[in-house]
Design a binder for this molecule. Structure first.
Ligand SMILES: [Zn+2]
Length: 256
């Protein structure tokens, strides 16, 4: 395996990540909440930056790009073509199904609208790793700022359909707070309870709770479990359309 990922904290609770291809020495960062931690992570490893993969236009995901571009003038900046107006420095706009090549590594672009209208995720299929930005979090999901809840539900189902062992890197360290809400929906889910205990241990040791996996989230994340009778019953919607159940859970979290 030639792909390695180095995840690091930016701002308060954002994650940045470096993706490094040891075959060619190519390095990309996924989102750029701020330039400082990206540059520090590169310097620590003696890597040079050639690519940025942007998931969505929010400032806490893109504001480091201009400074990175000043340091690395040939930087390729990929991001959602449909949102080019809000991400002015894209050099390589991408669409659903495109492949972003980072040296010998390949990431397939998956459109995941919901949190923003043109949010995208990057799936390194061969390496079984996906970067899902603010669409999916461990034990939670992003707020649906720019679409109806049903659109975000469809996007979450696209991510949930990836192979179970796929490692998921998310845009924020929100797992502990998400767990506090998740137990209000599934208080008796033993896998959720075990995850919450694990998260408490990790956070007490100031360690990240991410990446997670598709399989782990399918077993514990209430936002992916709107088809489960226990989840439907918990919100008084047994037998309802899963998209509607999801919408109810998301609305409850908005008020939580
Ligand atoms: Zn965001």
């Amino acid at each position: 395996m030639t792909m390695s990922v180095h995840q690091f904290l930016c701002l308060t609770d954002n994650y940045g990540a470096l993706v490094h291809d040891s075959t060619t020495g190519t390095t990309a960062c996924v989102d750029a909440p701020e330039a400082g931690p990206v540059l520090a992570a590169l310097a620590e490893r003696g890597w040079s930056l050639s690519d940025v993969l942007i998931t969505h236009h929010h400032a806490d995901h893109i504001q480091g790009v201009p400074e990175l571009k000043a340091k690395f003038p040939n930087l390729k900046v990929r991001g959602p073509a449909k949102d080019a107006a809000r991400i002015p420095f894209l050099t390589h706009p991408v669409h659903e199904g495109d492949t972003a090549r980072i040296g010998s590594l390949a990431a397939k672009v998956i459109e995941t609208p919901g949190h923003t209208l043109w949010h995208i995720a990057y799936h390194f299929e061969e390496d079984e790793i996906a970067f899902c930005g603010d669409t999916l979090f461990s034990l939670g999901c992003g707020r649906a700022f720019e679409t109806p809840y049903a659109v975000l539900w469809s996007s979450l189902m696209k991510l949930a359909a990836l192979p179970g062992e796929t490692q998921l890197y998310c845009g924020h360290e929100y797992t502990e707070a998400n767990g506090r809400f998740a137990v209000t929906i599934e208080p008796d889910n033993p896998i959720l309870k075990a995850r919450i205990e694990e998260v408490a241990r990790l956070r007490a040791a100031r360690r990240p709770t991410l990446p997670t996996t598709v399989a782990a989230e399918l077993a514990a994340n209430p936002f992916l479990r709107a088809e489960e009778p226990a989840v439907q019953a918990a919100v008084g919607m047994l037998g309802a359309d899963p998209a509607a159940v999801f919408a109810e859970i998301r609305a409850r979290k908005d008020r939580f």
